[in-house]
Design a protein around this ligand. Structure first.
Ligand code: GLP
Length: 236
């Protein structure tokens, strides 16, 4: 039986993760995928744009979205995912998160209903330096569903990489841990030395709500794709 979570480390993690996703789509064209933004997955998305037909029957759900930004802000998660992937591959279904909805609770419930229509076959996630998944910050309820949430200070500071001082979002809407932990398969993508410590804590530290990514230790089919700098603190 395979170990889970397993981790794959290599300079070529982008190519390997891209190929693995194309294999999943080939085996199951109507794959239901939840996709993160942030900077880490973007090279994978860029490679995927060369294979648009693979997504013809797939359903894509945006993982999370910052609140309080102008509709025209190019670094909104929705704008990033469209620009980097969705506009190129045109999946059969694409569900975004309307953080500007008048009734945000209804919007969150509607996303839960979207998930409930067929579950998530695969969640492709990034990793916060505090171990967050999506915008599920330390202390989040492992049974929580889509919700409006406050961002941790490190997340607010980290987001300045995207917004270059234009905005300072303090909240967002995220798919909850319940549905990420129940996805048929979960991938976590992490690259660079700033992720080394939290990668090791998530994979080899005690599992608990204070490091949301550590809750994936109990997932039956979880793969971490790491570049060598992100894996330096792991005990092999
Ligand atoms: C952000 C997002 C996450 C993302 C993570 C890592 O705050 N809410 O969905 O995966 O932090 O971002 P990056 O890949 O840019 O390091």
């Amino acid at each position: 039986m395979r170990r889970s979570p397993e981790w794959r480390v290599g300079k070529n993690w982008v190519e390997q993760a891209t190929d693995a996703l194309l294999e999943r789509l080939s085996a199951r064209p109507a794959l239901r995928i939840c996709l993160a933004t942030g900077s880490t997955p973007l090279p994978v998305y860029q490679r995927l744009t060369a294979s648009p037909a693979a997504f013809a029957a797939a359903s894509v759900l945006l993982l999370d979205e910052f609140g309080g930004l102008p509709a025209t802000e190019p670094e909104r998660c929705d704008a990033v995912l469209r620009r980097e992937l969705v506009d190129h591959v045109e999946p059969a279904d694409h569900r975004t998160i309307d953080v500007d909805a008048d009734d945000l609770d209804s919007e969150c419930s509607a996303i839960d209903q979207w998930i409930d229509r067929g579950g998530l076959d695969l969640a492709i996630l990034g990793l916060g330096v505090n171990g967050h998944l999506g915008m599920n910050e330390p202390g989040s309820d492992s049974d929580g569903r889509t919700a409006s949430v406050e961002l941790a200070t490190s997340t607010i500071e980290g987001a300045q990489r995207y917004f270059a001082g234009r905005h300072r979002p303090t909240w967002g809407v995220t798919v909850g841990l319940r549905d990420l932990l129940r996805a048929g398969e979960v991938w976590v993508l992490a690259a660079g030395p700033t992720k080394a410590e939290i990668v090791a804590r998530s994979l080899q530290g005690a599992a608990g709500a204070d490091v949301p990514a550590s809750l994936l230790q109990d997932h039956p089919d979880c793969t971490w794709w790491l570049d060598p700098p992100a894996a330096t603190n792991l005990e092999m």
